[in-house]
Design a protein around this ligand. Structure first.
Ligand SMILES: *Cc1c(COP(=O)(O)O)cnc(C)c1O
Length: 336
């Protein structure tokens, strides 16, 4: 498969912006090249190539640095993938609802037709339908948001689909054994998205990652705004990566709390079903999602009402032990 064939013509021939820091990237010296202010704390432009952060990510993920893209959240990577590969007004993309809403929004912004291939009743991929649709790109979210489950047949899609396969692994650090990251060796059309927003506790910093073969990363890099990740945000991600123990502790607490929350929710009579989860949230079917959602809002507890996507379902993020207990107490006081 020749990836270049999938790239938009204007991007193939794009001459990227060359920043002052591209033309000289040494360490020491006097910098009078970028019209920066010589005074201040964050007066310098950040490294446009995020070299230190890529090195750190490379070590924890065991992926070569030139197979890593760092973005202003994974949302930036999603938008860039459209701009690199998908011709507005001509190409199509596949999404598999119920899933993350940004794929469709990004498609709409880029004037790209979305073909929806809904997940099956057990929230798995409808492989036969996906296989017969010609599209430029497909988005698979695994673990899927809002259903919480890993998608099983990713390999079959990779073997059959002729376009770019994007696997959004925003929640993969809660089930690292199930990552598809190693498949980028074998599949030149695979892009795996991960993020610092969830298990790494940095949603406020906006740092996302895309992993793919170097051909794809090169096209993403040359299409991105040069200074797309701010210096404080790169530093925040570097600090997070350096605090491995903190990361592990929090992850363990969240996973234990997820299981506790699931058990306790199951004891409540208007809870019809708590779906199994590989992520830091639970999809829960209630007798009447709208009523219970409104009741919790009146108690200043905000969960995500997914009734419009999956009948009578809500998505509950695992909070601190105290937050989870408060939620359970409020729910136990609801009388329908
Ligand atoms: C939360 C989430 C993201 C994270 O997006 P960022 O822009 O990195 O914060 C990506 N994909 C899915 C499915 C998510 O739920």
């Amino acid at each position: 498969m020749d990836i270049k064939e999938l790239v938009r013509k204007n991007i193939r021939s794009l001459k990227p912006y060359s920043s002052a820091r591209d033309e000289f990237s040494g360490e020491a010296g006097i910098f009078l090249d970028a019209n920066e202010n010589p005074y201040g704390e964050i007066n310098r432009y950040p490294d446009p190539h995020q070299r230190r952060l890529k090195k750190a990510v490379s070590e924890i993920k065991r992926v070569k640095e030139d197979r890593i893209f760092i973005g202003n959240g994974s949302d930036e990577a999603i938008d860039l993938l459209f701009r690199v590969f998908v011709e507005p007004g001509a190409d199509k993309v596949i999404v598999c609802p119920p899933t993350y809403g940004m794929y469709e929004v990004a498609a709409d912004i880029n004037n790209v037709e979305v073909v929806k291939v809904p997940l099956t009743d057990d929230f798995q991929l409808d492989i036969d339908t996906i296989s017969v649709i010609g599209a430029k790109m497909i988005f698979l979210c695994s673990p899927n948001n809002p259903t919480g489950n890993i998608l099983d047949n990713i390999n079959t899609v990779l073997n059959r689909f002729g376009g770019i396969v994007v696997i959004d692994e925003a929640y993969i650090d809660f089930c690292p054994d199930k990552s598809s990251l190693s498949l980028i060796d074998k599949h030149p059309n695979l892009v795996v998205l991960q993020t610092f927003s969830k298990a790494w506790a940095l949603a406020g910093a906006r740092v996302g990652m895309a992993f793919a073969r170097e051909e794809i990363i090169e096209f993403m890099d040359k299409s991105k705004p040069p200074y797309n990740v701010s210096a404080p945000n790169q530093q925040a991600a570097l600090r997070a990566v350096a605090q491995k123990e903190e990361f592990e502790n929090r992850r363990k607490i969240i996973l234990r709390q997820r299981n506790y929350l699931s058990e306790e929710l199951n004891k409540i009579d208007f809870v019809k079903k708590v779906y199994p989860s590989d992520a830091n949230f639970l999809l829960v079917e209630l007798a009447d999602a709208d009523t219970i959602y409104r009741h919790l809002v009146s108690q200043r507890i905000i969960i995500r009402n997914r009734n419009s996507q999956i009948r009578n379902c809500v998505r509950i993020t695992v909070g601190t032990p105290e937050e989870n207990q408060t939620l359970l107490n409020k729910l136990k006081n609801v009388s329908l």
